[in-house]
Structures are given as C-alpha cells and as structure tokens.
Design a protein around this ligand. Structure first.
Ligand code: NDP
Length: 479
C-alpha cells in the first residue's frame, strides 16, 4: 500500500486525517492511504510556491530544461511501475496506463525544449529611432486541479508547461487517484527541482479550492463542467487567470460514403476505449440513412469485443469503471435512457462473474434521438448512442445541437464532406476517419466554451496561458 504525503516546500508532510483509495478491479483492495491537507496546509503550499518562484523564473534556461528532461527520463525508466499503480488505482488497462505514463514523459521532453524556445517578438516601430519588443514573463504561481481519469498525463502537461515558462506549481489531484501525483513529485524532486517549485496538496477540492485559487496567479483546471463553473466564480473574486478544460458530449458522424470498417473501428474505439472515461469519447454516433443498418450490424459485433475485466489481466480489453459514484451514475444513466425509449442493443449491466470489481458491460443504444436526455448530458462511461439522420446537413445540425463543444469526428471518403464538417463543426477539435478521442502533445488541445475556457493546453499554445506578455517601446536613438 502506498502511504502518500503532501509535498509542501520540498518536505513530505503527514496530516491529521488520511483517506484511502481502492482498486476498482477489486474493491476490497486498498491501493493507497493519503494525507488530507488542511486549509492551512494549502495556504503554506501556495506561500512556498510564491517564495520559490522568482529564483525559478531567473533560473538559467539550460538548467531549467535539463531538470524537465531528467524528469522525462525518470518517467520513462519507471513507466511499468507507475503504470501498474495507475491501473490499480484508476482501473485502466496496463497497456492504456503505460501509454499514459509515456505520454507524461513526452510532455516533459517537449516542454524541456520549449523552455529554450521561450516565445518573444521584435517589431519595427512606427517612430524613428525606436523599436518594440514583446516579451513573455511567467504568470507566477499556478494552481493545477486535476481529475481522476488521466491522473498522470494531465498533471504532467500542466506542470511541465507551467515550469518550463518559469512558474511554480501547486497540484491538487483527484481524491480518487492521487498516487501518480505523489510519484510525479518524487520524480521532480529527484530531477533536481528546488523545494517549493512543485507542491502537492491532497484532499477535498471544495474545501481547499478557494485558498488554492485566491492565493495563486493562475488556475489550470481539468474536470467536469459544473465544477469548472463553480471555480470560475471563485477565480473571479480574486481575478485569478483561469484555464478550464471541461466535459464533452462528442459527436461522431458516419456518412453513407464512409469506409464502413474504418467507421466502425473509429466509432467503437472512440466510444468504449478506456471504459468510455475520456472527455473526448464519442457519446453520440450520428449515422446517415443509407449506411445505418449495415453500420449498426457491425457496431453491435464490435461492442461485444470490448470485454471488461481486471485492469492488470493482459486479456482485458477495457478495465472497470474507476469509482463507485461513477459506476452508480452510469447505471442510472442507462436506466433513464431505457425509460425514455432508447433501445438497448448490447450491455449496460454489471458484468457477470466479476462481483469483486466495478465492471460494466459496454452499452450500445439504438434508435435514439438527439433530444433524449441520454444525448444531452455527458455520461463519461462505456455508453454509446446511435442517432439516425437523413444526410450530411442533418448530421451537422445534430452534431452542433449540443451545449458542449470539445471534440467531434466524421467518417467519410469525401474530401468535400470532410472539409465542410471541419469548417462547420463548433467543437475545438475535429477528427476525420479517426476516433474523437486521442490527442497529441505537440499541438493545442481543448474545447470551446463551455467545454473549454481560457486558452488551449499542450503544444506551444500553452505559452499563451502560462505567460503574460509585456510590450516594451525602446528609443535607441539610432535613425
Ligand atoms: P470533477 O470536476 O468532479 O473533479 C475534478 C477535480 O476538481 C478533482 O481534483 C476534484 O477534487 C476537484 N474539485 C471538485 N469540486 C471542487 C471544488 N468545489 N473546488 C475545487 N476543486 C474541486 O471531475 P472528475 O474528477 O469526476 O473528472 C471527470 C470530468 O472531467 C468529466 O466531466 C470529464 O469530461 C472531465 N475531463 C475533461 C478533460 C478535458 O481536457 N476537457 C479531460 C479529462 C476529464 P475532489 O478530489 O475533491 O473531487
């Protein structure tokens, strides 16, 4: 069992209270016991980050880059151990977990190089003998609040980017999966990061949130849309710069001219991969009339192959649902969908023979309409719904008829249709003939409001959020 302490000013600290996490593949197994930070601990973590920030901002960029590189190396070296912890605590399969740890390492590698490529511009001036320099400075102290579904990758891409641009960080991981954050803290300390540059406080978000947000210069949050809304209000009180990456209800369109096997593979992976617990998952599959029946026949076969099982079993295709509350929410969403007339073609029940874990068979609903509650709210589980439409016009209208706007996709062999959808989709990301889920670390990631607010994460675009620009007019006197 992992005994996790808070990391405050370079010291690992116990607290008066602890909270346990459980293995969703076997809920009788305790994975970790974690110190729960008090408000005073949160205040101290922010103060330590503030004290450490000026020196880190002045740090030689080669040294800054080397530390981030070393963190990447350590993540690669410890990938199997970290992935095993991740699979035990969050429930994704070992293969998925290794992929996530490697992604975290790649983020550190990328931002190690970004630290050297710090953005800036030089302009000619409108005035003789002057020029203009636009430089970028660290925001200061960044609070990062992260969800349970990618507990190391999201923490890594926020922390690596914030540190690369000279900020210091206080991380508040999800209470359901804080283990990887502890390991990330150990890795950053081991890579030579000075005390106070990276701090971790664990515990109840609602309790610690206001202190962590009001004390910081910036908040980078990933989580649900309702929580994001609440945090935006808190941040408004102190005018803390805020970046929110929130929920999705992502559409995947299948047109009559699609390559049917490509379409089925992309829809199935996007919907049920990683137990459907991805903000970019395809929860609405919008299919035009001409291909509908043939597509559905193949999709019903595909869904059956996403067998749930223990996360560490190499034969498992999808792991359990990550938490008990999420499991209950998924079952309630399935019951409500049936009650409103959606036709359950597969799954949607606790998996037989797996009483020890939170295993749910992947659910596929047919003959649904976009106005059903099933298609209005994020379920964040292994639940997909097919909506039949007449043509591309209706498909685009249905895809965009949704409050959330994170990711979206289309399967078609027509360049014209793909390009039209790319332009008309209101989502922040568009995927053509590939699943709505799956992102690359070197390009911007994120949704449009209310799925994403305050600037993109990942890639060089992260500099927009993690730095403040300064425009300097220089009279150098040379004509
Ligand atoms: P939550 O919003 O419940 O929690 C996310 C984090 O916020 C946790 O650390 C949580 O802490 C904290 N938190 C909760 N309430 C408050 C509060 N009042 N003040 C401060 N912090 C708070 O999301 P989940 O962890 O359940 O994650 C799933 C959600 O995340 C889905 O909606 C999914 O779409 C979204 N997501 C979005 C992504 C994106 O990039 N757009 C990527 C991944 C997930 P605590 O531990 O106390 O609950």
């Amino acid at each position: 069992m992992l005994h996790g302490q808070n990391l405050i000013g370079g010291q690992w600290r116990n607290s008066a209270t602890v909270a346990q996490t459980f293995n969703p593949s076997n809920i009788s197994e305790v994975v970790g016991e974690y110190a729960q930070a008090s408000v005073a601990d949160a205040e101290e973590a922010v103060a330590c980050a503030r004290k450490a920030q000026p020196a880190w901002a002045r740090q030689n960029i080669q040294i800054r880059s080397d530390i981030l590189h070393k963190a990447a190396d350590l993540l690669f070296a410890r990938a199997t151990a970290l992935a095993t912890l991740l699979a035990r605590e969050e429930g994704k399969t070992l293969k998925e977990a290794v992929g996530e740890v490697v992604r975290a390492a790649h983020c550190f590698q990328f931002y190690a190089a970004e630290a050297l490529r710090h953005p800036g511009q030089w302009h000619n001036s409108l005035r003789e003998g002057h020029n203009v320099i636009v430089s970028h400075e660290p925001v200061g102290v960044v609070t990062a609040i992260t969800p349970w579904n990618f507990p190391i990758a999201i923490a890594a891409w926020k922390a690596a980017a914030a540190l690369a641009y000279g900020n210091t960080v206080v991380l508040k991981p999800s209470e359901f999966a804080p283990g990887c954050a502890i390991r990330l803290g150990e890795i950053l300390m081991g890579a030579g990061l000075s005390p106070g540059c990276f701090n971790i406080v664990m515990g109840n978000g609602a309790l610690l949130g206001p202190t962590l947000i009001h004390g910081a210069d910036a908040l980078s949050f990933t989580g649900s849309t309702p929580t994001g809304r609440a945090l935006l209000k808190i941040a408004a009180e102190s005018m803390t710069k805020t970046q929110l990456e929130l929920g999705g209800k992502n559409p995947f369109i299948v047109l009559d001219d699609a390559d049917i096997d490509v379409a089925v593979a992309a829809a199935a992976q996007g919907t049920w991969g990683q137990t459907g617990q991805r903000c970019t998952g395809s929860e609405r599959i919008i299919v035009t009339r001409g291909i509908h029946d043939a597509f559905v026949e193949k999709l019903v076969k595909a869904v059956a192959s996403f067998t749930p099982g223990p996360a560490l079993d190499p034969a498992t295709v999808i792991g359990p649902v990550a938490t008990r509350p999420q499991f209950e929410k998924n079952l309630a969403a399935i019951a409500a969908a049936r009650a409103e007339g959606a036709e359950l073609a597969h799954g949607g029940t606790p998996a037989e023979g797996h009483n020890e874990g939170l295993f749910l068979t992947p659910a596929l609903f047919l003959n649904t309409t976009n106005d059903m509650q099933l298609n209005r709210h994020e379920t964040f589980g292994p639940i997909g719904a097919v909506i039949k439409v007449a043509d591309l016009d209706e498909a685009i209208a249905v895809a965009n008829d949704c409050e959330l706007a994170l990711s979206s996709g289309i399967a078609t062999t027509s360049l014209r249709s793909a390009e039209r959808y790319r332009r008309e989709s209101k989502a922040g990301m568009v995927m053509v003939n590939t699943p709505t889920a799956g992102l690359e670390y070197h390009v911007p990631f994120g949704g449009r409001p209310p799925s994403g607010v305050g600037g993109r994460e990942t890639g060089s675009a992260a500099a927009d959020f993690f730095t403040e620009s300064k425009t300097s007019y220089i009279n150098h006197g040379v004509i």
